[in-house]
Design a protein around this ligand. Structure first.
Ligand SMILES: Nc1ncnc2c1ncn2[C@@H]1O[C@H](COP(=O)(O)OP(=O)(O)OP(=O)(O)O)[C@@H](O)[C@H]1O
Ligand SMILES: [Mg+2]
Length: 274
């Protein structure tokens, strides 16, 4: 990484590259207070409270957002509610309070399918591919809402992940962990989403494969798709993040630029291994 945290992304546009600069990570008091850009972030789950079915609340006044040109990263301990927050933003959870807005529109009441039609792509943490189908069939499934010719999009995905082109007739379940994650991300890209949500895209892969996946995620971000992702590899993820959130027990504990969170002593000690 260079000393310029944005240089590696080739993102020189000050309007989207932390114009304030510097600053320090802010412990969040009094609930969700993520910084909103003028007009509001492109995608935001704001002050979300809710849980599964009739069960207890898992999320407590939790706010996560991503703006155009950004990679936003959510970190936190196991069971903190990171996946639950992502599912809430994608509409897989009924919120008891709070709302979700996409490009200024309140989409809190929409089904996940309708959110996909509005431009959201989501790669869940588990069961994110069809193991018995070929790589190409997985990508075709991703294009389910499209009625136009999607062959160009498929070529773009094969250019992004060349190994998938080589293995396109192989069952996705026979691929390595890192390759399967590429299938999952590729499948989500088939709808040409306006924003991409990834839940632990580098789970269970080696450090080298993790670096490669992060590079491809940066490539996707460079094409103009904002990325909201959960990551267990917190330090590495915050290095490529414009913005980060630390969730603890379903609530915002810290938020700030990736750089601020990496520099924050409390965050380092408690969540980044010192
Ligand atoms: N489908 C579900 N039904 C009921 N409770 C659930 C369900 N999924 C998760 N939970 C509960 O919600 C809480 C938060 O889980 P969640 O999966 O969101 O955590 P996480 O931060 O993503 O953890 P991890 O780092 O292990 O992926 C946990 O207590 C979990 O038991
Ligand atoms: Mg999770």
């Amino acid at each position: 990484m260079s000393s310029d945290p944005y240089g590696d992304r080739g993102n020189k546009d000050v309007s989207i590259a932390n114009p304030r600069g510097g600053g320090s990570a802010e412990p969040v008091r009094g609930g969700g207070t993520a910084t909103a850009a003028p007009g509001g972030p492109f995608l935001i789950g704001e002050a979300m409270t809710g849980g599964y079915g009739k069960g207890p609340d898992i999320l407590h006044d939790c706010t996560i957002s991503v703006d155009k040109g950004e990679i936003a990263v959510i970190v936190g301990p196991n069971g903190a509610g990171k996946s639950t927050a992502m599912k809430a933003v994608f509409g897989m959870l009924d919120l008891r309070a709070g709302n979700v807005r996409l490009n200024g529109e309140d989409i809190t009441a929409l089904s996940p399918q309708d959110r996909v039609a509005k431009g959201m792509g989501f790669v869940p943490q588990t069961n994110n591919i069809f193991a018995s189908m070929t790589v190409e069939e997985n990508l075709e499934m991703g294009a389910f809402i499209r009625t136009d010719d999607y062959s160009g999009t498929m070529e773009q995905i094969y250019d992004l992940f060349p190994i998938l082109r080589d293995k396109r007739h192989q069952a996705a379940g026979e691929l390595s962990g890192g390759q399967r994650q590429q299938v999952a991300v590729g499948r989500a890209l088939m709808t040409q989403p306006k924003v991409l949500m990834l839940d632990e895209p580098t789970a269970g892969v080696s450090p080298i494969v993790m670096d490669e996946l992060f590079d491809r995620i940066i490539d996707v971000a460079r094409t103009g798709i904002p990325i909201l992702m959960v990551e267990q590899n917190a330090r590495q993820a915050l290095e490529i993040a414009d913005k980060g959130y630390v969730l603890v027990q379903g609530a915002n504990a810290y938020s700030g630029t990736g750089k601020d969170l990496l520099a924050d002593e409390d965050v380092r000690k408690s969540f980044l291994g010192g």
